[in-house]
Design a protein around this ligand. Structure first.
Ligand code: NAG
Length: 265
């Protein structure tokens, strides 16, 4: 029902600039807390006024540490399950890949989750799944939660001149406003280093042999893929010490518990 309503509203609202209109997607919020007013008029996705990793259409405050980490695990599990169900490939990148390196879980201090897809995948999602709401019931959230897949129409612009739209899609928790950033790795046919370079609109570039073939592994308890040269990619992005230093962002890595523990505990 809700899906049908969203889709019909999506049609009526076609032509608006910026992400889907607050009144067409709102869940419980009386008022929109997204920072759209202060953003460049060309920018599609708007982060909230209270935190850059929350969508202000769905929430007006940041969750506490424990609630946030539960919501992030669920966000990742439901995203991975959805893409696997549809039969599409996606892989971990950036902070999520670093979290995988340590204990196959998201870094607890980082509310940013990052995944990548191919250009074929983003095109498929944009064609068939934009604004689809997925309902998941999990052992953590027994009543279930709704997750929205929203695709940035600027995904068709391939080059990085479109600097306001480096995120191609988001998987959004409609209960908490947390989301996963989905970026596309595109081949740049005219790249000075040859035809095998993948570029993302956020400026990252990789020879494709660093990404493919992907490895199968597990993240947050769900099957996932990671880039072939994950270690080299992590060192290039975070430096060698991020792979071994057990004291980080007011957390320490406990080898026995096999997880990051806040220093206060
Ligand atoms: C997805 O739907 C939203 C809401 O209608 C719209 O703003 C956006 O342009 C659509 N994205 C694509 C890729 O068509």
């Amino acid at each position: 029902m809700r899906l049908a309503r969203l889709l019909s509203l999506a049609v009526i609202l076609a032509g608006v600039t910026g992400d889907a209109d607050f009144y067409s997607v709102r869940t419980k919020q009386e008022k929109d807390s997204s920072g759209r007013g202060g953003d460049d008029s060309n920018k599609y996705f708007h982060e909230s006024t209270f935190h850059a990793h929350y969508d202000g259409r769905f929430a007006d405050h940041q969750l506490d540490y424990h609630e946030q980490s539960e919501a992030l695990s669920n966000l990742m599990q439901t995203y991975l399950a959805t893409l696997a169900d549809i039969g599409l490939e996606t892989w971990l990148m950036h902070g999520s890949l670093l979290g995988w390196w340590w204990n196959k879980k998201a870094l607890p201090w980082d509310s940013d989750l990052d995944v990548q897809v191919t250009e074929k995948t983003i095109h498929f999602l944009a064609s068939y799944y934009n604004m689809t709401v997925f309902h998941y019931r999990t052992s953590r959230f027994k009543k279930g939660r709704d997750y929205l897949l929203e695709i940035n129409p600027h995904y068709v612009i391939r080059d990085d001149s479109d600097s306001q739209n480096v995120i191609d899609a988001r998987w959004i928790d409609m209960t908490t406003g947390l989301f996963i950033d989905i970026t596309t790795a595109r081949y740049d046919e005219n790249h000075p280093e040859g035809k095998n370079v993948l570029v993302c609109k956020d400026g990252h570039q990789y020879a494709d042999k660093y990404i493919f073939p992907l490895w199968d592994t597990v993240f947050e308890g769900a099957p996932v893929k990671i880039p072939f040269a994950f270690k080299e990619l992590l060192v290039a992005e975070y430096e060698e010490k991020a792979l071994s230093k057990k004291q980080f962002e007011d957390h320490h890595f406990d080898d026995e518990a096999f997880k990051w523990i806040p220093d206060a505990e």
